[in-house]
Design a protein around this ligand. Structure first.
Ligand SMILES: [Zn+2]
Length: 1086
């Protein structure tokens, strides 16, 4: 019978008689009761809330305020404002505005003696807008958010001495999300918003009451969110009720508050310091602080610069108070602004970076869009980002950090690896509104086979509030538990909310306490870095864990309108990317020109100008700028920036050409400058004699003897034009027949029309500038065009012109041009379109129905091709009803295909046999005037015998790279040989996409990183079609005395030397499908 134990004793401690009746706790009632303790409403005065302050004073001698309201919406520096501003007395209750204006407050506080004795004093300020606290001598101290969030600033203890002490607050008349009217942050900003100063008080805080508030909050969450079939849920509920009962019994006394905390500790353990994380028990959720600051969005760049200072100052302060706190922050551009504008804060941040608590991450210049920028732009995002981090903090980032971008290019795994990053963090795919992405941690594989370890935090946010629920969801929503149970929790208010708050760090300590004390909640840890998290995953992978793979692009099933919105910005992006390619190429040749020409001594590679231009272009690729989802102000800023890029660009081309003995002359020039790595014609010009790739082409030598162009105008208004290749029938602007004569094929399906403009009603569910929804396709309407007329008919081509009225205010003028096929390498039909666009919530596209059948269409992406379905078999297929392309889209079947080229567009759809290029949208939010006005768009239809191959790739390059017309400068040697000094030969799928000087060459470097001894040329090539490809780089040893060649990564680090017989002045190389390779040709040391 067990024998001898207390439980077996004869005497039972259980009383024989009942003392009183006791009922079962009614779960929902005691749960609903909890809100009485910390919520507002009718019991507020009886709750814990009034206990949070022990005293509060404002106005009078205690708080004196004067203000300098800055005129003209200017944002002066501290010195400008404080030294030059006129300050006038003001007080609580006054309002300040209008939107975007700045007000500097001089605040003098004198702590009254009764408050001076209190344990903890703070200054509270709330005007429902953002502010920055500055010390009297101009040091930025801490940001303020407003609207009840982050209203407190802990002033120095020494200020309790009874004397007056002064500080400043710089008020920005905008909230976290700009100045949107009412509650809809998506709408254009109200220019006339005013902000009332509600709070400007010295407050004595009851720290124990504040702590009890957080205790109760978290245990209350456990009572609400843990499953009811767990004992931990019931205990949480009981503990909360016990805390309330103790508070009531003690009539809200300090003792009852302390008693409450004691009761809470039964559930939380000891959570009063960072040592809660030292229990030695294994955590699976790693919480890292972060502050997602959109570089522009509902506010302009100028405000972002201040948001950065406010937010990062907060974090430096929090790190001093919470030693476990780790804060990761991306976007080199934001660091650069801080360095330029806030030197004192930059120093403070740098110290924290060296301590390892403030952690630069991401490796890119900004958190950029990845659908629209070119391959070279993606490379430069990394090159400029990583070089900034390396030169300022001694280290490159190992993790590409891009939580909030609208879809992810398939080439990112390869480019990340080439930039020294093996890890990728993102989040946005949790916003998909059709299919749920199935993985949390996985290998993401690019088209060349490169992989990165990708993690998508299962709490499904990059601005978590660090709630109990966020920690819990890190387990319950984790989709890769079969391989690994760990996850990141990225917490902190973004966009001017200033990053993590002290409340978040307090909540996380309690969540950890719960896991150690009662369990059930996944164990969270604060204090590890993102690199440590990924390192553990990489170790696991190395030790045999096979993470699930995802091949190809991470298509985002939302925000498909961003391929089209803000057309002008996208036009500038495409054109300046091409401009940069030309400038770097010509400047490279000019900077290496043989010393025989005197001019060369004064010319050096214009690195600073090139850096400034690239940094501007990269900034505009920010994930709310280039995609078109920012307010109007932001596009006025980017328009101005691009004007600067064009001006500098024009000057740089002129200066570099001059060194080589040429000048641009559109009227009198005799040569066309071909900077593409293959021979080409420009069929728009007179016939050429020489056809050299990467070189000058003689212009205007002869005109064709037999012109193959023919024109027939029919009585019914239809016009038939033809060359040796095509016969095209045009009726009222549309192509009703397109016959490939050589292939004997009719390309337009019976009764259908190509170059047909169609318009759609475009009202997405919520995010106007961002989204186009699948149902817009139901509203397709053909726009009727006017009569087509012949406007040109000579040996350069036949042009047909048609005007189309869209509405009373909007119209299209479209010119179709067919050129001779005999001198045309890629005989495409060109369309030149001018549009006046004044519509509301309409989407304009142009259609090309073609007699081609394939279940997949091909689209150019960075350094390659993405294939996407032309059907809607599954919800994953249908979700891609609008996709992104670069210079071309192609629908080919075996033996024949049609490519649609464009000069500045990115949105496309192929539905069955219909190819549809997206032209213009007319969303009214957040920019009320997006895309209104005049547009000039070029596109082309290129039918080709045979499947998709290098001809489409080259045709699209040529369509986008018009040649410059140049002439030799008289009395100067013209260095024709320069343009032939480096060449690519071999497989035509290989593209030489970039020629530039080495970043750290002795005559190029700006000193941020160690210089090399010798000059070099960087060449970037890629396979454009997806096959193993062999190529050869050749150079002219007289012009380029190459001493060696190296394969490098995109950071231009040498990976290995390329071996080749030194007598040949060339080397061979082989590329994987869609591989990007960078070579460095080394020249003699200088
Ligand atoms: Zn964002």
């Amino acid at each position: 019978m067990g024998g001898g134990t207390e439980a077996n004793a004869l005497y039972s401690p259980y009383p024989q008689f009942v003392s009183r009746p006791k009922g079962k706790a009614i779960h929902n009632i005691i749960q609903d009761r909890l809100r009485q303790f910390t919520g507002g409403g009718q019991y507020q005065n009886q709750s814990l809330l009034p206990k949070l302050d022990e005293g509060r004073i404002s106005g009078g001698d205690a708080v004196k305020i004067s203000v300098y309201s800055v005129p003209n919406l200017a944002r002066p520096s501290f010195d400008e404002a404080v030294k030059k501003g006129t300050f006038k007395a003001t007080k609580k209750g006054e309002s300040f505005g209008p939107s975007w204006s700045t007000h500097w407050f001089k605040i003098t506080i004198k702590v009254p003696s009764d408050l001076a004795k209190k344990e903890h004093l703070e200054f509270h300020w709330d005007a429902n807008n953002e502010g920055l606290v500055w010390s009297e001598n101009g040091e930025p101290l801490q940001g303020l958010t407003g609207g009840g969030d982050r209203v407190e600033w802990i002033f120095p203890k020494s200020w309790r001495d009874g004397s007056a002490h002064t500080f400043y607050i710089e008020m920005a008349c905008n909230g976290m999300f700009g100045n949107a009217p009412g509650g809809d942050g998506n709408q254009p900003p109200d220019p006339n918003k005013y902000f009332q100063l509600n709070t400007a008080d010295i407050v004595a805080v009851n720290l124990e009451a504040r702590q009890l508030f957080v205790d109760f909050w978290i245990i209350g969450d456990a009572a609400r969110e843990l499953p009811q079939d767990s004992w931990q849920e019931h205990q949480a509920l009981q503990i909360c009720n016990d805390i309330m009962d103790a508070f009531i019994a003690g009539e809200g006394s300090q003792e009852s508050i302390l008693k409450g905390r004691e009761i809470a500790s039964k559930y939380l353990g000891d959570i009063n310091s960072h040592q809660v994380y030292d229990s030695g028990k294994e955590a699976i959720v790693f919480a890292v602080g972060h502050c997602h600051i959109d570089t522009c969005w509902l506010w302009p760049w100028a405000e972002t610069k201040r948001k950065v200072a406010r937010s990062w100052a907060n974090q430096c302060d929090l790190m001093d108070r919470y030693p476990e706190h780790r804060f990761v922050c991306s976007q080199a551009q934001q660091y650069k602004w801080l360095k330029q504008l806030y030197p004192a804060l930059w120093k403070r941040v740098s110290e924290k970076v060296h301590k390892g608590t403030f952690i630069p991450i991401g490796g890119s210049w900004v958190e950029h869009d990845t659908n629209l920028p070119s391959g070279e732009s993606l490379v430069r995002q990394f090159l400029y980002g990583q070089r900034f981090f390396e030169s300022n903090f001694g280290e490159r980032s190992k993790t590409f950090w891009l939580p909030d971008t609208f879809g992810y290019s398939s080439q990112l795994p390869q480019l990340c690896r080439l930039a020294g990053m093996s890890r990728f963090l993102t989040q946005k795919l949790s916003w998909n509104n059709i299919n749920k992405f199935p993985h949390t941690t996985f290998n993401w594989v690019g088209p060349d086979g490169s992989q990165v370890l990708c993690h998508m935090p299962p709490s499904e946010t990059y601005t978590a509030e660090a709630h109990f629920g966020d920690v819990r969801r890190s387990e319950t929503q984790h989709k890769s538990m079969d391989q690994d149970n760990t996850s990141l929790l990225v917490f902190g208010k973004g966009d001017g909310g200033g990053g993590p708050t002290f409340q978040m760090l307090e909540k996380l300590r309690r969540c950890r306490g719960i896991s150690d004390q009662v369990g059930l909640l996944p164990r969270v840890k604060v204090g590890n870095t993102v690199d440590e998290f990924f390192y553990n995953l990489e170790k696991k992978a190395a030790n045999g864990t096979e993470f699930t793979t995802w091949y190809g692009e991470l298509y985002f099933e939302l925000h498909r309108g961003t391929y089209t919105t803000q057309s002008n910005n996208k036009w500038n992006n495409r054109k300046t990317e091409i401009l940069m390619r030309d400038i770097e190429f010509i400047a490279t040749l000019a900077s290496l020109k043989p010393k025989s020409n005197n001019k060369s001594k004064s010319y050096s590679y214009p690195k600073k100008d090139i850096d400034d231009m690239w940094e501007g272009i990269l900034l505009c690729q920010f994930h709310d700028c280039l995609p078109g989802s920012s307010i109007e102000m932001c596009y006025r800023d980017s328009d101005k920036l691009y004007v600067g890029v064009w001006e500098t660009g024009k000057r740089l081309v002129k200066e570099a050409l001059e060194v080589l003995g040429f000048e641009v002359d559109e009227d009198e020039g005799q040569y066309m400058l071909n900077l593409l790595p293959w021979k080409r014609h420009d069929p728009s010009q007179l016939m050429s004699a020489q056809r050299a790739g990467l070189g000058a082409i003689t212009l205007g030598v002869d005109s064709p003897v037999d012109c193959d162009l023919k024109l027939i105008e029919h009585q019914d208004g239809s016009i038939v034009i033809s060359n040796e290749q095509f016969q095209i029938k045009v009726e009222n602007g549309a192509i009703t027949s397109l016959k490939d004569i050589r292939s004997s094929r009719e390309l337009i399906p019976d009764g259908e029309k190509a170059n047909q403009f169609v318009i759609f009603d475009d009202k997405p569910l919520f995010w106007q500038a961002w989204d186009v929804e699948v149902y817009h396709l139901n509203s397709r309407k053909e726009i009727k065009s006017g009569k087509t007329v012949v406007i040109k008919n000579d040996y350069n081509g036949i042009s047909l012109f048609t005007e189309t009225k869209i509405s009373d205010k909007s119209w299209i003028k479209n010119t179709i041009t067919l050129r001779s096929a005999s001198y045309n390498d890629y005989p495409y039909v060109e369309f030149d379109t001018e549009i006046e666009w004044q519509e509301t919530m309409k989407f304009l596209k142009v259609e090309f129905p073609v007699n081609i059948i394939n279940t997949e269409a091909s689209y150019e992406t960075q350094y390659g091709i993405v294939r996407r379905p032309t059907h809607y078999n599954t919800s994953w297929d249908m979700a891609k009803f609008e996709v992104c392309c670069h210079k071309w889209a192609d629908l080919s079947e075996y033996g024949y295909g049609v490519s649609i080229l464009n000069d500045s567009k990115y949105g496309f759809a192929t539905s069955g046999k219909t190819m549809r290029l997206s032209l213009l949208r007319s969303s009214k939010a957040p920019d009320g005037h997006a895309d209104m006005g005049r547009h000039h768009i070029k596109y082309a239809m290129y039918p080709h015998d045979g499947g998709l191959d290098h001809r489409t790739v080259r045709a699209a390059y040529e369509f986008n790279h018009p040649m410059r017309i140049i002439k030799p400068i008289p009395q100067r040697r013209s260095h024709f040989e320069a343009f032939q000094s480096v060449r690519l030969v071999g497989n035509p799928a290989i593209i030489l996409d970039c020629i530039k000087r080495g970043e750290d060459d002795p005559d190029v470097s700006r000193g941020e990183l160690p210089k090399r001894k010798a000059q070099s040329i960087i060449l970037r090539v890629y396979d454009s079609l997806g096959g193993t490809a062999k190529g050869t780089i050749e150079w002219d040893p007289d012009y380029l005395p190459v001493e060696g060649a190296f394969l490098t990564n995109i950071m231009e680090d040498d990976l290995h030397e390329v071996s080749y017989p030194k007598t040949t002045a060339s080397f061979d190389f082989i590329l994987r499908p869609f591989e990007v390779a960078t070579f460095r040709l080394q020249l003699p040391a200088i």
